[in-house]
Design a protein around this ligand. Structure first.
Ligand SMILES: Nc1ncnc2c1ncn2[C@@H]1O[C@H](COP(=O)(O)OP(=O)(O)OP(=O)(O)O)[C@@H](O)[C@H]1O
Ligand SMILES: [Mg+2]
Length: 232
């Protein structure tokens, strides 16, 4: 297994109140596959993906990614793990506003040991002609494509996407999903994606439904749907 999450637990204490967010999550995904996590708001989706990506810590259980036990890494090792292996795509892009499109991608390429060519990545998301623009000069869908370019330029083994189509319209969503599918095919990148949209689950090899901090359903799709054929 490429991702192996076992009995993962995470809680928060605010004031006197303790909330258990993840109550023993189990999740497995094979290398090169697309996994989709569905679940209501507050069910712990982002918390789970952040722990897998090494930006948050668990309270118990374990996460293994490509043979590394992420949950037992020290802080320095965790930073390195994140830098070497993980690409993150967020709902609200998180681009640096005073850097151009090209520069936003370059800063990520620069911290990687084996980055892809910036222009080639920009071309693959269809934005080479916008390289010298600033994020504010782009549409929402274009900004999301820049954020995908930024995540893939370091050629990560694992691409984690938290509601990548949450802020764009139907047609733009489909083109972003098609782009993710193409990255998965072309680079063999394993993708784990959070969404509210059940229609998107047709793209996945495995669909995980999270409810109240646990995986309550797991569906394997025998065949996956090309993004172009997804309707909602
Ligand atoms: N830093 C924090 N401190 C306290 N509580 C937190 C913290 N981060 C998350 N939570 C709580 O944990 C729960 C799960 O949050 P999480 O962001 O993982 O949900 P989610 O499934 O991603 O929801 P959404 O679909 O709205 O993004 C929520 O009830 C949230 O309030
Ligand atoms: Mg979330």
């Amino acid at each position: 297994m490429f991702i192996e999450v076992t009995g993962l637990k995470k809680g928060y204490t605010t004031g006197e109140v303790r909330t258990e967010v993840l109550k023993g999550v189990d999740l497995q995904l094979e290398k090169g596959e697309i996994g989709v996590i569905l679940g209501p708001s507050g069910s712990g989706k982002s918390t789970l993906v952040n722990i897998i990506g090494g930006v948050d810590r668990s309270d118990g259980g374990s996460v293994m990614v490509d043979g590394t036990t992420v949950t037992s890494l020290k802080d320095v090792e965790l930073t390195e793990y994140r830098r070497e292996n993980i690409g993150f795509v967020f709902q609200f892009y998180n681009l640096v506003p005073n850097l151009t499109v090209g520069e936003n991608i370059e800063v990520c390429a620069n911290i990687s040991t084996a980055p892809l060519d910036v222009d080639q990545v920009l071309a693959s998301v269809g934005l080479l002609d916008k390289k010298d623009r600033f994020p504010r000069e782009l549409s929402g869908g274009e900004q999301q494509r820049v954020s995908i370019a930024r995540a893939i330029v370091k050629n990560p083994k694992l691409l984690l996407c938290d509601e990548p189509t949450g802020a764009v319209d139907f047609e733009t969503s489909r083109s972003i999903l098609a782009l993710l599918q193409r990255i998965n095919t072309d680079f063999g990148t394993t993708i784990l994606m959070i969404t509210h949209n059940t229609a998107i689950s047709g793209m996945a090899n495995t669909v995980f439904r999270l409810r109240s901090g646990a995986v309550v359903e797991r569906v394997r799709n025998k065949e996956t749907l090309p993004a172009e054929r997804i309707e909602w």
